[in-house]
Design a binder for this molecule. Structure first.
Ligand code: PLP
Length: 361
């Protein structure tokens, strides 16, 4: 019950153990086509450029920035935790100009502040923000932020590493232009893959680039030669065949449960956990309307030794909870309820373990 990787579903682990075939084997290519459709369902999009990058969420982030942002282009970056600042670093490494809109850690991104920045920078080409900030547990209003991006003629770039599969996310309906996620959070798959999707407008922007993408590996125009369903597929890199089996199975399980049912399960488990934590006198970092069900940040009570308590949970209950990150290091714990981990027995174990351990300290 940490901030990810989450517990991997046993069927996903079994899928990963299937015999490895060649990455251009017809059976494997057929599975990739299905995987693409399953990803389109998970993202709620019909975007043709929807694939899994063969590397973790950070590579999905980099894929979006290196393909879209050209030197000298301005990007409004929202920062309300660790991952927004990584977006800034990506923009600057692409030679872009980052204009930062800051909110305090634990707060969602403020649409009013974003609109102010969009008005002040009419030459901005992109708006980038983190939908679900894993460092704090805050959920931002992606629908409103993407509508603002459209209104001010910007393309939106959205980090959905922790949100995909755990909370409502509708790429086409909300007008998201570029989005990246992670396999290891609410999809409960093995770490190391990053689903991404680009809208038609984003693809046009990539096609109109004046300079080549500086990363050969992440250049989507080359990667699509392998992932594209039409025409002859050509070798780009050796795909992580067994990890892709795992992602296919994780997405199949999500589709079998139903996306909305999965969002509801995360919400229900969060409500039970939040009641239990509140009864123990623990306080949430994030105000109730903006809390992520899948990432619960709670302040460490005064006088409790952070590392000693987490280590007791691990050794005596086989239970992992996450430490605080960045500004919240040593001040908060992060209790994950992600994917297959969002189950009643986990919630009950966590409350029991914290009840016992906090009474000892
Ligand atoms: N963005 C967010 C919101 C994350 O939570 C993470 C990882 O926890 C990342 C990006 C980076 O993903 P990865 O660690 O898979 O590279």
């Amino acid at each position: 019950m940490g901030p990810g990787p989450s517990d991997v579903h046993p069927q996903v682990l079994a899928a990963q153990a299937r015999p490895t075939v060649g990455h251009l084997d017809p059976l494997f290519l057929a599975m990739m086509d299905e995987l693409k459709q399953l990803l389109q369902y998970a993202f709620q999009t019909s975007n043709a450029m929807t694939i899994a990058v063969s590397a973790p969420g950070s590579a999905g982030m980099e894929t979006c920035f290196v393909n879209l942002v050209e030197p000298g282009e301005k990007v409004i970056i929202c920062r309300n935790g660790v991952f927004g600042d990584r977006m800034r670093q990506n923009v600057e490494r692409c030679g872009g100009i980052a204009v930062c809109v800051d909110n305090a850690w634990g707060e969602p991104v403020s649409p009013a502040n974003v609109e102010q920045a969009l008005r002040a920078h009419p030459d901005a080409r992109f708006l980038a923000f983190v939908h679900a900030e894993t460092s704090t547990g805050a959920l931002s209003d992606a629908r409103t932020l993407c509508a603002l991006a459209r209104q001010y003629d910007c393309l939106s770039i959205v980090d959905a590493v922790t949100s995909l599969g755990g909370v409502e996310l509708r790429v086409d309906e909300w007008g998201i232009d570029a989005i990246y996620a992670g396999s290891q959070k609410c999809l409960s798959c093995v770490p190391g893959l990053s689903p991404v999707s680009f809208s038609e407008q984003a693809v046009e922007k990539i096609q109109q680039r004046k300079s080549p993408v500086q990363s050969w590996f992440l250049d989507q125009s080359l990667v699509m030669g392998y992932w594209s369903g039409s025409g002859k597929r050509s070798y780009h890199h050796t795909a992580p065949v067994n990890s892709l089996y795992a992602l296919h199975e994780a997405l199949r399980l999500l589709a079998a449960e139903g996306l909305e049912q999965a969002w509801q399960r995360h919400r229900t488990m969060h409500n039970i956990l939040a009641d239990g934590l509140t009864n123990l006198g623990l306080k949430f970092v994030v105000a109730a309307p903006y809390r992520l069900p899948q990432l619960n940040s709670i302040y460490i009570p005064a006088g409790v030794n952070d590392a000693a308590l987490r280590s007791a949970l691990l050794s005596e209950y086989n239970l992992e909870i996450g430490a605080g990150l960045g500004e919240l290091a040593g001040k908060a714990w992060r209790v994950g309820l992600m994917g297959y981990g969002a189950r009643r027995e986990n919630v009950a174990l966590c409350i029991q373990a914290l009840t016992e351990q906090l009474s000892l300290r």
